[in-house]
Design a protein around this ligand. Sequence first.
Ligand SMILES: [Zn+2]
Length: 228
Amino acid sequence: MENRLLAALPSEEYEQLKTKLKPVELSLGEILFEPPDQIRNLYFPTSAIISFLTELPDGDSVEVGLVGYDGMAGVDVILGVNTASKVATVQHAGCALKIATPALKEAFNRGGKLQQYLLQYTHALMSQISASVLCNAHHKIDGRLARWILMYHDRLERDEFLMTHEFMANMLGIRRAGVSEVAKKLQHEGLIDYHRGHFRILNRKALEEKACGCFSVIEKEFNSLYKQ
Ligand SMILES: [Zn+2]
């Protein structure tokens, strides 16, 4: 698997950047940056999924966005902010290409397609974050879980993944006890197989029907990225 943003770059731009990119393996639960740290490195996932969490004053945290092979973790720096505002944590172990912040900024400031794609990606991410907030406040839990499984599935190489109860509770903004109940409901309907945090997608089409409308709104923008 490759990173879609990097793969869309014209070859001269990619060649210039390539020497600065270092392949890394990211492990589940690894924290890449968190407030109030400086963002020293940026990550273009190829198979890993990185989640952005905002911590609440009571210590709980809520997922507000995620990035896989479709983008880059750490867009704050291209907006001129080098301090992490969210916790960036690895939710699906896998590979990524790592680049030091000054090297990425230098390439970004040269303009070209990298700058254009990163700005378009940032816009899509902002839409994803605002849609997730709206969705969590207004839509039913089973539709939200279906949406989220699909967003995850779109960034994975396979139909199976592991997810802790704690993370799912964060992601859905509900108590841990409610998580199993909702996942089991989707299982009874034949959409997924679910056992001790292990998910397997059985019927993608039915999941799409179950998901609240936010899924198509969010993913439409991501699917149209890097095409001009
Ligand atoms: Zn929704």
